[in-house]
Design a protein around this ligand. Structure first.
Ligand code: ARG
Length: 479
């Protein structure tokens, strides 16, 4: 009979409640490959150190491989009564090979087992994310190469500031993603120590060879302190922190795709594959995939915050609280992986409206800084004064409702006699962009050079030598 005060839907009473709160098999079944790999390494080590006979080892290894095949073929029955992946696997092993299965858990505990499994899992996830980040970077580099000469407004405060190359804008994300990959790589290097053999918390009296299992599982070394080995989850936290930063980058880019694809901007068109229509407004194309990427940071940051709070104040060594590390981490790492895939797809499929971008880049007196710079460079005017003169030039153009390039030389001279016809060379957006040749600046040749370096880094191949296309027109004065 269920307790009326707190029984609720648990018709069979406290046992059912305990099973539900205690069991992790509903999610930690995802660790099966790592769990079986860890057990095989452990069994081999036990035999190599004389703790297990060769015969038992062979039966255990063959049995574990059979269990893995059952799970992979979907014929394995997971049982919640058996709590977690570790006991589900071991119990099935016993059914398959009999008593020898009971010797596998010698000199081991579920505490070092789960710490090992999860490290292996997170390591695999990092490797997948790394490959996905590189794929997105390559998609961006490919776009940047194609759009090095495409002029768009560069923004500050989301107000047109100075014209930039679209390729340059895209390459900014390549740099961010490069650091994201670097952070994941750092986390991977620190996590790559084996907890196996730390046992429950204190180590073991059996003559285990922790270096052997560490090497077999691809770890750099065994973790040096058994208490630390079973009780820290900083490797998950660090990976989630790196994932959250990457998700922030993707969220910013996703937001730009949303803005750029709006009718008001009209800079890009996302492909049908990554857009949806409205059920009621036929004209609409909604950038749903970009919006969802923009939002995924919510759950990824949530996972980080959740696990930080779970770990806070936990006394050494293992506590069951730590079972709460997995669901949030699985969810967050899945979300980042999906976001990277969606972004790579969108970048590859979108179409750029170059005319619209250029038009927007020319609006808003975006070359005003170039006028001021020209006064400094050519007419030797101090920058502060040049800024003031340019303000008057902009005011005049604004009053007439025309762009800076439409002002006549007489107009300029009326404002400041030191200005001459050479000023026209800096008024066009192409010349403005092309003049920004400082290291890291937006000049198309810079963009092409950076894209080539990244292409080489990402593919290990040198970029094809190609003709550097120059934008047409406005070519005077700045070559
Ligand atoms: N399912 C557990 C977890 O994920 C495995 C370790 C259980 N250890 C224990 N002493 N109860 O944390």
């Amino acid at each position: 009979m269920s307790n009326r005060m707190w029984g609720g839907r648990f018709s069979s009473g406290p046992d059912a409640i305990m099973e539900e709160i205690n069991a992790s098999i509903g999610f930690d079944h995802r660790l099966y490959r790592q769990d079986i790999a860890g057990s095989i390494a452990h069994a081999r080590m036990l035999a190599a150190t004389g703790i297990l006979t060769a015969q038992d080892r062979d039966a255990i290894v063959a049995g574990l491989e059979a269990v893995r095949a059952e799970i992979e073929h979907g014929t394995f029955t997971f049982s919640r009564a058996l709590e977690d992946i570790h006991m589900n696997v071991e119990s099935r092993l016993k059914e398959l090979i009999g008593d020898a299965a009971g010797r596998l858990h010698t000199a081991r505990s579920r505490n070092d087992q789960v710490a090992t499994d999860f490290r292996l899992y997170v390591r695999d996830a990092i490797d997948t994310l790394d490959a996905q980040i590189k794929a997105l970077q390559l998609a961006l580099v490919t776009r940047a190469e194609a759009e090095a000469d495409t002029i768009m407004p560069g923004f500050t405060h989301l107000q047109s500031a100075q014209p930039v190359s679209l390729g340059h804008h895209l390459m900014a994300y390549v740099e961010m993603l490069g650091r994201d990959a670097g952070r994941l790589k750092d986390a991977r290097a620190r996590l790559n120590e084996s907890p196996l053999g730390a046992a429950a918390l204190a180590g073991t009296s059996f003559p285990v060879d922790r270096h052997m299992t560490a090497a077999e599982l691809g770890f750099d070394r065994p973790a040096a302190n058994s208490l630390d080995a079973v009780s820290d989850r900083d490797f998950v936290l660090e990976t989630l922190a790196a994932a959250a930063i990457c998700a922030v980058h993707l969220s910013r880019f996703a937001e730009e795709l949303v803005i750029w694809s709006s009718a008001q901007f009209g800079f890009i068109r996302l492909s049908d594959k990554f857009s949806t229509g409205s059920s009621i407004m036929p004209q609409k194309r909604n950038p749903d995939a970009a919006e969802l990427v923009r939002a995924k940071i919510g759950r990824i940051l949530g996972a980080l915050a959740s696990l930080l709070v779970v770990m806070k104040g936990l006394p050494l060594a293992y506590s069951k609280d730590m079972q709460e590390d997995k669901e949030v981490a699985f969810d967050a790492l899945d979300a980042l992986s999906l976001s990277l895939a969606a972004m790579t797809g969108m970048v590859g499929d979108l179409t750029v409206n170059r005319e619209r971008m250029r038009e927007a880049a020319s609006a808003g007196f975006s070359t005003a800084t170039d006028v001021a710079d020209w006064l400094v460079r050519v007419a030797d005017v101090p920058f502060r004064e040049a800024h003031h003169i340019t303000g008057r030039v902009v005011a005049l153009a604004e009053q007439r409702g025309i762009g800076l390039e439409s002002l006549t030389i007489e107009d300029f001279k009326a404002i400041d006699a030191r200005i001459d016809s050479r000023i026209h060379a800096v008024l066009g957006v192409e010349n403005s962009v092309r003049s920004r040749t400082s290291y890291g600046g937006t000049a198309p040749d810079n963009v092409r050079a950076q894209a080539a370096l990244w292409r080489e880094a990402l593919t290990g191949k040198k970029a094809e030598p190609r003709k550097v296309a120059r934008p047409s027109g406005h070519g005077d004065g700045l070559e």
